[in-house]
Design a protein around this ligand. Structure first.
Ligand SMILES: Nc1ncnc2c1ncn2[C@@H]1O[C@H](COP(=O)(O)OP(=O)(O)OP(=O)(O)O)[C@@H](O)[C@H]1O
Ligand SMILES: O=P(O)(O)OC[C@H]1O[C@H](OP(=O)(O)OP(=O)(O)O)[C@H](O)[C@@H]1O
Length: 213
């Protein structure tokens, strides 16, 4: 029985493939996939499904895949009832509250916050005891305070380049983010041997990487 793995498309794809290759998974078909979305390894051990992060959680929760490889940002924002087995230590970034120089974090009045992550943003401001209006934005979130749509943004940053180049400043640091290896609850019972065998191999690779650092 092959393991079905939903892998988040985009920036974490390459480092995940590197990690899986180091763990002994035959990733050649994945590297040569072109526009294919379902890729089987030649040994028949794994089937990879390439999807957007939020859809990875949908597939996991519905049980159509055994494993999801997805950012903790997505797991926090979307419903996730499955088992997080590993932190892969890649796709590292952090949530921040950012805005232009004139933003005041504790000002009176209801502020407008732009974000791709409305739930995380709402919870953050609730924890501060502040009532804000949250506007969902799909991308280039940094635009929101610059063009007058929002007073500030909650977004992820890695190098800080996007914030810097758009003259935005960090007003607070929220949760750190990294890529997680998550298993569907049923699969963990039905395919325990296959899943834990892959987890063991990945764990060794991650530990070695940390030792080399
Ligand atoms: N700047 C970043 N640095 C490191 N990891 C990031 C960064 N931005 C996002 N990530 C992580 O990578 C995952 C995938 O992000 P990616 O930008 O590839 O997809 P996306 O958010 O769907 O954007 P797009 O619509 O541009 O494809 C995110 O869920 C997050 O965990
Ligand atoms: O700190 P940095 O290294 O500059 O990275 C931060 C940027 O990366 C992400 O955007 P992404 O590239 O996914 O584009 P998008 O906002 O259009 O989705 C994030 O939303 C920031 O805009």
């Amino acid at each position: 029985m092959s393991l079905k793995i939903a892998l988040t498309k985009g920036r974490i794809e390459e480092p995940v493939i590197e990690l899986l290759t180091a763990a002994g998974v035959d990733c050649e078909p994945l590297k040569n996939k072109k526009r294919k979305l379902i890729i089987n390894t030649s040994d028949g051990e794994y089937q990879f499904i390439l999807a957007k992060g939020p859809d990875v959680t949908t597939y996991l929760n519905s049980g159509v895949v055994d494993i999801g490889i997805v950012g903790s940002d997505i797991l926090t924002e979307h419903r996730n009832e499955q088992y997080e087995l590993l932190d892969l230590g890649i796709g590292k970034c952090q949530f921040v509250l950012a805005s232009t120089t004139d933003f005041e974090i504790n000002k009176e009045g209801r502020r407008v916050i732009g974000t791709k992550y409305p739930l995380i943003t709402q919870k953050y401001f609730e924890s501060l005891g502040q009532d804000v209006e949250v506007i969902k934005i799909e991308g280039s979130v940094e635009l929101a305070p610059l063009i007058g749509l929002a007073d500030a943004i909650v977004d992820i940053t890695e190098t800080g380049t996007t914030l810097r180049e758009n003259n935005l400043f960090v007003y607070d640091y929220l949760d750190k983010v990294s890529t997680r290896f998550v298993a569907n609850r049923m699969s963990l019972k039905q395919k325990a041997r296959e899943i834990y065998s892959l987890v063991d191999k990945l764990e060794k690779v991650i530990k070695n990487k940390e030792l080399i650092k």
